[in-house]
Design a protein around this ligand. Structure first.
Ligand code: DX5
Ligand code: ZN
Length: 218
């Protein structure tokens, strides 16, 4: 399992410390939620914050762009130090072009699907995709409940990625109580925000999450 703690639920006044803590506990990726107040009803952070985060960690920076017309900003995120850039299929007019550009910039191209979006929207772009992000909440906020109806989509995504160099990621409402179920569907990368940063001790929570993964040979 690759664990990607979402800093959306971190204490932004001590962001460097918060990241140091989760990375030292074993998290390999840092998930950075970028929101524009247009594609989603919330506003978060942009490339300058990514640049500062880059300067305090060597962890993989997984940038989840919940923004309209992401083509305008992907170069800026790549320059800021993103390792992976994930765009929403619902926000792209020319998905294949956008993903190709992300790859050209040296980042892993990811594509994310809202809970209501069917998988066939990405079927003809598989050659350009490095990661498929299945949203298990409607994007915009941390701390929402996992939507069970997306589970069959996770399984279908796993089938679609079979034999290809594509990671399957799930984001939203994941904690110790449902991590085992999510992993059993063949997920490679798990995003977790509130269940880590709002827990009493994020380091212990992460260790327990890896223990659950180990029990399932992930
Ligand atoms: C939701 C974001 C998530 C969010 C997950 O729009 O994309 O990454 O931070 O938070 P939790 O794990 O609290 O559902
Ligand atoms: Zn996210």
């Amino acid at each position: 399992m690759i664990l990607a703690p979402s800093i959306l639920s971190a204490d932004f006044s001590r962001l460097g410390d918060e990241i140091g803590k989760v990375v030292s506990a074993g998290a390999q990726w840092v998930h950075i939620d970028v929101m524009d107040g247009h594609f989603v009803p919330n506003i978060t952070i942009g490339p300058p914050v990514v640049r500062h985060v880059r300067s305090v960690t060597d962890a993989y920076l997984d940038c989840h762009l919940m923004i309209s017309d992401p083509d305008r900003y992907i170069d800026a995120f790549a320059e800021a130090g993103a390792d992976g850039i994930t765009v929403h299929v619902e926000a792209c007019t020319h998905l294949h072009r956008t993903l190709s550009r992300i790859r050209e910039l040296g980042c892993t191209p990811g594509v994310s699907l809202n809970p209501a979006t069917p998988l066939d929207t990405i079927e003809y772009c598989l050659d350009t995709i490095g990661l498929v992000l299945i949203m298990s909440v409607n994007p915009g906020f941390g701390g929402q409940a996992f939507i069970d109806a997306v589970v069959p989509k996770i399984e279908k995504a796993r089938d679609l990625a079979q034999g290809k160099d594509i990671l399957i990621q799930v984001d939203g409402g994941i904690g110790k109580e449902n991590l085992g179920m999510v992993l059993s569907k063949g997920v490679d990368v798990v995003v977790a925000g509130s269940s880590i940063f709002n827990s009493e001790d994020p380091v212990t929570t992460i260790k327990e999450m890896f223990e659950i993964a180990r029990e399932q040979n992930h």
